[in-house]
Design a protein around this ligand. Structure first.
Ligand SMILES: [Zn+2]
Ligand SMILES: [Zn+2]
Length: 311
């Protein structure tokens, strides 16, 4: 894919406020969207941002606390009314299926398109290979079953330079295929190396999404060497005890995980409504003193994930 952008649709926690809405993150991948969590009002915020919910192909739900989930039935209903026919794949805890079935049963409403619920298993890591990317899930340390995700864009082979190949007289046959696959070939008594006609491969980008959680080993596994870590930061560093008791993290702990994982960029997310301008600034400064490449996005902030150096 050419462009990957992160659109923060909601960056708050627990209680919505005009200051920060509840958590939802859209990963915009060229023509399609992968949505991480779907709090109430997510579809409205997508409209506000000019992003059609029809573009969503995959939704990844971290856990079944309402602040991460209650936008899902509304979004499905609207897609039905808009005559969607494309399937929608929703990943999350196993009980997600029961939740959706119950809503549909009670409201006597069945979507006109396939809604495919894919359960994450708490026992082991899972990796799904999808079109252009893979996604890995691992359980986090929150309380109820809660999963973090690692989005992995597939590496892309380098572009074949047809003009250069023609100049070298390489015929349009198996030899070209071999060159594209990195093999050196012989033609007319000359050795032609793949790098003469094929540009550098593009390394896939990785994005880890970890909310809600205390600091834990699985965050470090999901975020290892990632381009981006989106990590919950519910509390101020002075509230570490409270974070521990409630299954959350402080901004400082998020930064420590970013350092331990060796990732490149940290976005602080899932900010408690108890924070004000002053405490949010302190949270950000405290994180930056540990991991300088830290941002605390506002709702609707959008960031590009840059392509990495060639393989
Ligand atoms: Zn939450
Ligand atoms: Zn939660």
């Amino acid at each position: 894919m050419d462009q990957i952008r992160l659109l923060f649709l909601g960056t708050g926690a627990a209680l919505p406020s005009p200051r920060r809405m509840l958590p939802a993150l859209a990963l915009i991948l060229d023509g399609q969207v992968a949505l991480f969590d779907c709090s109430e009002g997510t579809q409205m915020r997508m409209q506000q941002a000019g992003l059609s919910p029809a573009r969503i192909r995959h939704i990844f739900i971290s856990h079944l606390h309402g602040d991460h989930l209650f936008g899902l039935p509304g979004l499905i209903t609207s897609q039905h009314l808009l005559k969607r026919s494309e399937p929608l794949y929703i990943f999350g805890p196993v009980e997600l299926d029961l939740f959706l079935q119950t809503v549909h049963q009670v409201t006597q409403h069945q979507a006109s398109f396939p809604v495919v619920v894919v359960p994450c298993t708490p026992q082991a890591e899972q990796i799904w290979t999808l079109e252009g990317f893979s996604v890995q899930s691992l359980p986090l340390d929150h309380g109820p079953a809660c999963f973090g995700y690692r989005f992995i864009e597939h590496d892309r082979p380098g572009k074949f330079d047809a003009d250069r190949a023609r100049d070298l007289g390489v015929p349009n046959n198996d030899l070209r295929t071999a060159l594209i696959h990195g093999e050196t070939v012989e033609w007319n008594g000359r050795r032609i190396r793949p790098e003469e006609v094929v540009g550098p491969a593009q390394r896939g980008r990785t994005i880890a999404y970890c909310t809600d959680t205390r600091p834990c080993e699985n965050v470090r596994i999901l975020a290892r060497d990632a381009d981006v870590l989106v990590h919950e930061s519910t509390f101020h560093p002075d509230q570490e005890m409270l974070a521990q008791e409630t299954g959350h993290s402080t901004s400082r702990q998020a930064a420590e995980s970013a350092v331990a994982a060796g990732c490149r960029q940290l976005y602080l997310y899932h900010i408690s409504g108890r924070q004000d301008d002053q405490s949010e600034m302190e949270m950000l400064e405290s994180a930056r003193s540990i991991f300088p490449a830290t941002e605390m996005p506002q709702d609707y902030d959008c960031y590009s994930v840059l392509v990495r150096e060639p393989l």
